[in-house]
Design a protein. Sequence first.
Length: 317
Amino acid sequence: MLTAAPARRLSQKDLLSVATLAPEEILAIIELAGRLKRAPDSLNGALRGKTVVLVFEKPSLRTRVTFEVGVHQLGGHSIFLDHHRIKLGEREAIKDVGRNLERWTHGIVARTYKHKSVLELAAATRIPVINGLTDLLHPCQALADYFTIRERFGTFEGVRVAYVGDGNNTCHSLLDGAAKLGLPITVVSPEGYEPNSRVVNEAMRLAQDSGSEIRITNDLDAVAGATVVYTDTWASMGQEDESEERAAIFADYQVNEDLMARAAPGAVFMHCLPAHRGMEVSSGVLDSGESVVFEQAENRLHVQNAILAFLVGGATL
Ligand code: CP
Ligand code: NVA
């Protein structure tokens, strides 16, 4: 039974960042996600009578579909609101949007440009707010990715992550997760595109407790020994105007067959998607047997169902 003692709940109302979760909370999410993946019906009444609203300023395939499908699987109802409908912070102050939504609904998934916007929404409301990606962080992605890594290797022992490319939102949440879980992670970026120094410093601080090793470098040789090679787009949503300039700067950082050959034997390739074939990743690597990108995409559903069950459904583990 999922409600068996000792009951474990998440200690916070919201899920805005991996860095604010305790390591055992990350493991509890991963554990519940695994149980939901094996037995999808085991919590199908968890959100009965509940409505979750998705407030998205940016485009989405995976996050929108997995949250909408997930809410439905758990017995709830979802409403999707895009930026053109509500104009978060323009038509109405963010905190007022939140104060309305909490009167009718039981949870908010927010995808915003500014990270401050999800913080404001969470602070203004009594219902859970889940970060579905901001310019700074992508916590649901990283939690699903660590689930995928453990599923693939059966353990976190011996896992070494090399993130190659832009030090962006996905990279930041992967750093947070590695620092919490005690995994070594190396970020290899062109000069000037390293991850945010505040995120790195906090990850390094957390790593002192967990035993994780965090390395930030411009040197592609640092991929040696990696069991996971991860990349993401060179120009994130909101940076479309920089695409051409970035393509030239990042050209040497493409994850292709040559770069994969420099990682550990049997290394897997990961990407949060959407991927840009021939840019940050070659088609050969994306379509290879080492690529787990669609497992990652599937696992968004199971991990987010666990998050929804904990935060909105009141599940305990
Ligand atoms: N990986 C991810 O978050 O994909 P979407 O932008 O399509 O939601
Ligand atoms: N870094 C990417 C992730 C997309 C899921 C972006 O923000 O566009």
